[in-house]
Write a protein that binds this ligand. Structure first.
Ligand SMILES: Cc1ncc(COP(=O)(O)O)c(C=O)c1O
Length: 429
């Protein structure tokens, strides 16, 4: 494949945009080479600026669960845009989307829309602190909750890839209120709770993690976490920015059978436009301004174009919940196919999968937390990534990211993906 135009565009972008990108993982730092500049996309395929057609496994990092340029979303946005793009005043469609989201997700009464997953998580911990009158939070190493200061204390995803878990610019004052536990390790949480008695407002977790590869919570761990929170008066925050409206109508709360106290959303809820949200039961949301004293606001929050995209997306999912099963089946098929090719070639690997999230790790140990995920062989990953790319398959350009399957992918596309791996698998040795 040729990447001349992507390469030229990247060179030019670097003149005007730090690192040539507006979000670090796009820069290919972890895998080397030139980031692909997208020209357009439809369904399961991306077309890049050099005219290469790629099968896409990132779906804009999750939002496009029904594929690129999904007609009902596109039409809804075009129709809305004709009537004005932003008012900074209430509109009916905000309530429509809120009503639908609340009807789909267990254990939430009210929802507040923001513009990104980062904003949702940042606001959720402020609300938790305001509600409990406590300052500290616990997060898990390798879980990513956006780039607000309180979470850049050993984040996964881009920050891990760049080996700078504590970003300059985050103050010691902020860092001291964030405690770090290990995923799937309840004792590590208990130890922090014991050492900070009555000081912890919330524990925030990716209920199925996607920012250190896809990591599945052990049942005893996630249930134990819920029990611990209830016993200690700590709010449990499920960061469902990735999992919300992707794993089931009710997200991870539904599939795990666990009620969180606050839930955050992003990605799918905006149908590909910038939307985040956080939600909880009435008594918690009542603390939020203007009803209560915890301040939170946004000029473009509840933006009509973003709301119309989200409404079209959630309506489609609500009307066709079998999509979640069919996506999980496709993901299982991909898992089986990739695993067979790698095993037959004698390549040491682990594949983690939950619903339509999946990741391949080049390590012989089970990947259950950040530490085990970081043991993956990045040299092999780089060859795997570039091998797939040159065979027409676009994977996340970092071993710490989950793939997101979308409904437009056909079994033929998945067969082509498995075939792509066959073409170069011996190079991975
Ligand atoms: C679990 C999770 N939470 C929060 C975020 C931040 O969302 P955003 O990038 O929309 O700010 C992400 C982003 O990937 C995420 O994966």
């Amino acid at each position: 494949m040729q990447y001349q135009r992507s390469s030229a565009l990247f060179n030019e972008a670097q003149e005007y945009i730090p690192g040539g990108v507006n979000s670090p993982v796009r820069a290919f730092k972890a895998v080397g080479g030139t980031p692909i500049f997208v020209k357009e996309a439809k369904g399961a395929y991306l077309t890049d600026e050099d005219g290469n057609k790629l099968i896409d496994y990132i779906a804009s990092w999750g939002p496009l669960i029904l594929g690129h340029a999904y007609e009902p979303v596109i039409e809804a946005v075009i129709e809305k845009a004709k009537k004005g793009t932003s008012f900074g005043m209430p509109t009916e469609i905000e309530t429509e989307l809120a009503k639908l989201a609340v009807s789909m997700v267990p254990n939430i009464d009210k929802i507040r829309f923001v513009n990104s997953g980062t904003e949702a998580c940042m606001s959720a911990i402020r609300l938790a602190r305001g509600y409990t009158s406590k300052d500290k939070i616990i997060k898990f190493a390798g879980c990513y909750h956006g780039h607000s200061d309180s979470f850049l204390i050993q984040a996964g995803s881009g920050a891990v890839t760049f080996g700078s878990p504590n970003s300059p610019g985050v103050t010691q004052g902020t860092a001291k209120d964030t405690l770090l536990a290990s995923y799937n390790n309840l004792e590590s949480v208990q130890a922090l709770v014991d050492a900070n008695k009555n000081e912890i407002a919330a524990i925030i977790i990716e209920p199925i993690a996607g920012n250190m590869g896809c990591i599945i919570p052990e049942e005893a761990f996630i249930k134990g976490l819920k029990e611990l929170c209830t016993k200690e008066g700590i709010l449990l925050i499920f960061d469902e920015v990735m999992t919300g409206f992707r794993l089931a109508r009710g997200g991870a709360q539904e599939v795990l059978g666990i009620n969180a106290d606050i839930v955050t959303f992003g990605k799918v809820i905006g149908g590909g436009l910038p939307v985040g949200a956080f939600a909880a039961r009435k008594e918690i949301m009542a603390k939020l301004a203007p009803e209560g004293p915890v301040y939170q606001a946004g000029t473009l929050s509840g933006n009509p174009l973003a709301m119309s995209a989200g409404l079209a997306m959630l309506t489609a999912l609500n009307n066709n919940p079998e999509i979640f099963r069919s996506l999980a089946d496709k993901t299982a098929y991909l898992h089986k196919g990739l695993s067979k090719v790698l095993t037959d070639a004698g390549i040491i690997h682990q594949i983690n999968r939950f619903g339509s999230m999946i990741s391949v790790h080049f390590t012989d140990e089970p990947v259950v937390d950040f530490e085990s995920s970081a043991k993956g062989n990045n040299e092999t990953f780089k060859k795997y990534f570039h091998g797939m790319l040159s065979n027409g398959v676009y994977l996340p350009p970092s071993a710490f990211e989950s793939y997101f399957l979308n409904d437009a992918l056909s079994y033929e596309d998945i067969d082509a993906t498995i075939k792509a791996l066959e073409n170069f698998v011996t190079d991975l040795k």
